[in-house]
Design a binder for this molecule. Structure first.
Ligand code: FOL
Length: 209
């Protein structure tokens, strides 16, 4: 049984995107995302699983996300992940037609270039919804690394993640763990409490079930 970690930055009403991009530009928050998702013991690496819209939202120069196994889900099996002339013949990126198929690859270590340490679900809304609905009897999401955007409200968001905290269709309740536990799990020091960047207030949180 694989356990998945969902990582997301979301406003108080769960806004995560606007016009196919992040509604904010927060360099330190992005640095946190990069470090958390990359950090793995020597000889292993993490996987990042994303939907096709999220893949396209990542600036071309940053994709596939460096030093992570990238799994992109699209029902279009002809989708071209990389430009035909991409100079990265062994880029760590694979296309899968379903979440099941992506998770299947992660369970088959013979198809991977290195042992996978952690698997992160990095969006977007429909993949968050699909993975949050997985049941604890199999592979499921047992941890959410939530960056809560406290203010402003970003009223113009047009993509929202499901409100995992008020999910009623599962038996295990979510609980927020301490900042010390967050740091211990990610493996490095993280600033605690309310942060501010470009007039945006946010906080790093970890939730488990
Ligand atoms: N989770 C959190 N906490 N913050 C986010 O911004 C976030 N974004 C996504 C998923 N979970 C998140 C999806 N969107 C990049 C761009 C968009 C994106 C995810 C990643 C990206 O370009 N990342 C680069 C670093 C870029 C930089 O340094 O500016 C990387 O290597 O991770």
């Amino acid at each position: 049984m694989t356990r998945l970690t969902l990582i997301v930055a979301a406003t108080r009403n769960n806004g995560i995107g606007q016009n196919s991009h992040l509604p904010w530009r927060l360099a330190k928050e992005m640095a946190y995302f990069k470090r958390v998702t990359t950090n793995a013991p020597e000889g292993s690496m993490n996987a990042v699983v994303m939907g096709r819209n999220t893949w396209e939202s990542i600036p071309q120069k940053f994709r596939p996300l460096n030093k992570r196994l990238n799994l992109v889900i699209s029902s279009n099996t002809n989708y071209q992940l990389l430009p035909a002339d991409a100079a990265t013949p062994c880029a760590l990126v694979y296309l899968h037609s379903s979440l099941d198929s992506a998770l299947e690859r992660l369970s088959q270590s013979e198809y991977l270039e290195a042992p996978i340490h952690r698997t992160f679900i990095i969006g977007g809304a429909s993949l968050y919804r699909e993975t949050l609905a997985l049941l604890p009897s199999g592979t499921f999401v047992d941890r959410v690394l939530l960056t809560r955007i406290l203010a402003p409200a970003f009223e113009d968001c047009d993509v929202f993640m499901p409100d995992f905290l008020t999910q009623t269709d599962d038996t295990l309740p979510w609980r927020r763990v301490s900042h010390a536990e967050l740091q211990e799990w990610v493996g490095f020091d993280v600033v605690a409490g309310e942060q501010e960047e470009n007039g945006v207030q946010y906080e790093f949180q970890m939730w488990v079930r």
